[in-house]
Each structure stands twice: as C-alpha cells, then as structure tokens.
Design a protein around this ligand. Structure first.
Ligand code: NDP
Ligand code: HSE
Length: 435
C-alpha cells in the first residue's frame, strides 16, 4: 500500500479479463476519480493475468500489464488485492491460497469454488488475517451478501426463496412470453455474457445450488454440503407445462429454497410454480430476486440484475473498495475469530412437504381418472383441483391435478403406483408449487 499526500494507493491484480474482468477494468477507468474523491483511495491496476495474450479485449488496456503467469500477480509486492475472475475450481483454488500466503486480500465471483471449497478458503483467510470479498458470487449486482452479513446482523433468518440464476430466468421468461424457444433463449443468454462457460451448470440448476449453499451458509451460519441439496434444473421443462401453469394463474421459476426448521434445514433447487400475485412472479429476464424472512426486520425483497458484465463488476468493485478502506485504516481490517459455523443436518427430500402440480397423460376412457384419484387418496394426497385438457390425440389426454400439501415420500410412492399401471401413457410430470 502506497501513501501519497492526499490519497492512499491500493494495488489491484486482476486474474481474468473476460465478461466480468472487462467490466471491472471499465469501472476502475471510468469511476476511479469518483472513488478517490469519495474514499481518498486510488485503486491502481498493476497486472492483469489472462490465458491468451493475443485475444482482442473489450476495453483499452496497456498491453504491458498483461501476463499469462498468475505468479506475476501473487509475487508482486505492489499488489494488495487479488481479484480472481477466471472461474472453475483449479487453478483458482491454488492461486487464492498462494495469494493469501503472500499477504494479499482476495475478491472473487467464483460461486462454484466457494460452494465446493468455501470452508477451507474461509478458514485459511481467517487464519492468515486476510479479507475475502464474495459479493459478486451471488445475484450479480444485488448487495445480498453484505445485507445478510451486516444489514441483518441482529436477525435470525428463517427462510429465503431466490431466483438466483439470470440465465434460467432469462430462458423461462422468454419461453413463457412466447418470444423464444429454449435453445434460442440459451444462445441469447450466452451471447449476453450471462451463462457459465459450461451452460449446463445454469440449466441443470447447479449454479443455483452453488449460490444457495453460499447464502445458506451465511444466513443460517452452517456448513452446507453441496451433495445434500436437492437439485433439478429447467432442461426437461416442457413448454406445455409453462402454458398450462399460465392458464391456471401461475408462472414457473427456477427457485433456490432454504427453510430452517429448528436444528435442521431444508435446501432445494427446482422449477417451481408461483401464483401470479407472488412477489417473485414478476421477476423477469436476467433479473434475480431473493425474498427473505428475518425475525426482526420481517419480509425483505432484494431485486436487481443477477448476471452480466457491469452489474457483476459493480459487486466486485464494491468488495475492492470495502477491503481498500480497511487496508487504509478507514475501517477495521482485523479478521475476528468468530465461532465456527454449525453443521445443521439437511432434511432429506422425502420429508419435504409441498403442494404439487401433476400432469398425467392418460388414455381417454372411463375409470382412469378414478383410479388415479384413488391411489392419491390412499397415499394421503388430497386433491385441490382437476383439469382435463382437450386433446387432438385420440389415444391420450392430459389431466392436470393440483394437490394440497403432501410429503415427497407419499407423492413418490403414489406416482410409482400410478405410472406402473395401465391407462397412463408417460411418466407423470411433477412441479412443486410455492404459495
Ligand atoms: P469468462 O469466461 O468471460 O472469462 C474468464 C477469463 O479468465 C478470461 O479472460 C480468460 O482468459 C481467463 N482465464 C481462464 N483461465 C485462466 C487461467 N488458467 N489463467 C489465466 N487466465 C485465465 O468468465 P466470466 O467473466 O463470465 O466469469 C468469471 C467468474 O465470475 C466465474 O467464476 C463466473 O462464474 C463468475 N460470475 C460470472 C458472472 C457473469 O455474469 N458472467 C456473474 C457472476 C459471477 P482469456 O480471456 O485469455 O481466455
Ligand atoms: N451464469 C450465472 C447466471 C452468472 O446466469 O446467473 C451469474 O452468477
């Protein structure tokens, strides 16, 4: 850290100059003066590490800053904060550990790494007295991490529901508004820089599970083993269910759901039907939102762009400024030893209780519907409403049943029995409904 007469300089090493890294450089260039005026800190970009030196960049940059060797950043004594924006587990994990050992603070947007290896990274940061900024890892530009950590510090959080993946919300919004098919919408999300390098992480719900693990860790102060999270993505969702849901007054969103039940937690990610008047129902496109209940503050809604160059870069730079303030004595840098997080057990999915939308594709003949209703009843599943659709296929018709609350265990048992009997033409489609 270098000190001039009027302002102090903090050196930044940027690892990765893709979508988010480019946004960070743009903000440092366009807002550097304003940040210095507000904070008295000059943020100086010292080195930028990339994979390819010859690639054309989306921002003008002194080529001499570029390197392909992360050690050039880790060993540079003029760098105070290393910003990791390459993604993936390796070599990001090793680079962060080496940066800590070399006295650097770290800012990262890498939710996959934090969800899979967060425990050891947080412990290492605390052990060595380094700061770790993770605001950009969840919900892009929404300051949700800081809000949970600081704004809600006096609260106990009992549950949250989140639309935490911009790509999926973009795809679902495009499909339900009828303007794009699944593949086209995914390609548009990729072109806009929203999707992960491997977009299966988005559409299979894994990215949402990563973010759920990070948020639940902070909200419930517990370790979250990723494997304990139930995950279902949107890749198998059919357009016909989006349409039927809409006719019934619902919209389908990919939700990350976390609920605390005493000493246990419920953690799941899956497409969910929401009534149109639900606060999350109107969240469209790349927007994310988290609806959270805290015991003192009550219900809270966080809303904003969840992915993309500038919203995510804004969160990265807010972490840089926060750490820079601490490093220059404007706030406390000391990393306090807090008690380690609990290891609250995660409720098995079988015990989770929900309302359901069930779409049966059945033979259009007497007795079939009666048998289905009987099997549901035998398994303690009570029917809320039944809707039979007209079909142009003379052999089968879609029948939609909405249920009252039932356990997953009972539902699965009932569906095994129903789907294995005659009269049902294909595996029953199940969507969970959140009221
Ligand atoms: P990109 O794929 O656009 O960029 C990755 C960058 O990292 C590229 O500049 C690439 O270099 C560089 N890179 C990759 N591997 C190495 C390596 N081994 N050594 C040096 N440089 C390397 O990713 P994004 O910017 O989209 O994402 C970055 C991180 O931010 C990820 O963890 C992502 O999950 C997260 N994130 C992304 C959001 C988004 O909206 N895109 C939102 C929130 C988080 P080169 O350019 O030379 O190929
Ligand atoms: N692929 C992620 C998304 C990026 O679409 O939400 C933001 O974390």
């Amino acid at each position: 850290m270098k000190q001039t007469e009027s302002s102090k300089t903090i050196g930044i090493g940027l690892l990765g100059l893709g979508t988010v890294g480019t946004g960070v450089v743009k903000i440092l260039k366009s807002q550097g003066r304003a940040i210095e005026k507000k904070t008295g800190i000059r943020l100086a970009l010292r080195r930028v590490c990339v994979k390819s030196l010859s690639k054309k960049r989306g921002v003008a940059l002194d080529r001499r800053l570029l390197t392909t060797d992360p050690s050039d950043l880790i060993r540079d004594p003029s760098i105070d904060i290393l910003v990791e924006l390459i993604g993936g587990i390796h070599p990001a994990k090793e680079i962060i550990h080496r940066a800590f050992l070399n006295g650097k603070h770290v800012v990262t947007a890498n939710k996959a790494l934090l969800a899979e290896e967060g425990g050891s990274i947080f412990r290492e940061a605390a052990r060595l007295g380094r700061k770790l900024g993770i605001e950009a890892s969840v919900c892009g530009g929404i300051p949700i991490i800081q809000s949970i950590r600081e704004g809600l510090a006096s609260n106990s959080i009992s549950q949250f529901l989140g639309i935490v993946n911009g790509t999926c919300n973009f795809i679902l919004s495009a499909m339900s508004q009828g303007n794009l098919e699944f593949r086209e919408a995914l390609r548009a999300a990729e072109r806009s820089g929203y999707a992960e390098k491997n977009p299966r992480l988005d559409i299979e719900g894994v990215d949402s599970a990563h973010k759920l693990a990070i948020l639940a860790r902070l909200a419930f102060r517990t370790e979250v083993p990723l494997k304990a999270i139930f995950v279902e993505g949107i890749s198998k969702l059919s357009k016909v269910d989006i349409q039927y849901a809409s006719e019934l007054g619902y919209v389908i969103k990919l939700l990350a759901i976390a609920k605390r039940h005493g000493r246990a937690v419920e953690l799941r990610v899956h497409p969910t039907m929401l009534p149109l008047d639900h606060v999350l129902a109107g969240v469209r496109g790349v927007y994310n939102a988290v609806f959270l209940h805290a015991d003192q503050a009550g219900d809270l809604l966080f809303y904003g762009k969840g992915a993309g160059e500038m919203p995510t870069a804004s969160a990265v730079v807010s972490d840089i400024i926060d750490i820079a303030k601490r490093a220059t004595g404007q706030a406390d840098l000391k990393v306090r030893k807090s008690s380690p997080p609990d290891a609250l057990p995660v409720r098995p999915m079988d015990e989770v209780v929900s309302n359901y939308y069930l779409r049966f594709q059945v033979e259009d003949k007497p007795g079939v519907l009666g048998r289905i209703a009987q099997t549901l009843g035998k398994n303690h599943i009570s029917i809320l409403s039944v809707h039979q659709k007209e079909s142009h296929d003379s052999r089968s018709v879609p029948v939609i049943i909405l249920t009252y609350e039932a356990s997953e265990k009972n539902l699965r048992r009932a569906l095994r029995a129903i789907d294995s009997k005659g009269g049902v033409r294909q595996k029953t489609v199940v969507l969970r409904v959140e009221k």
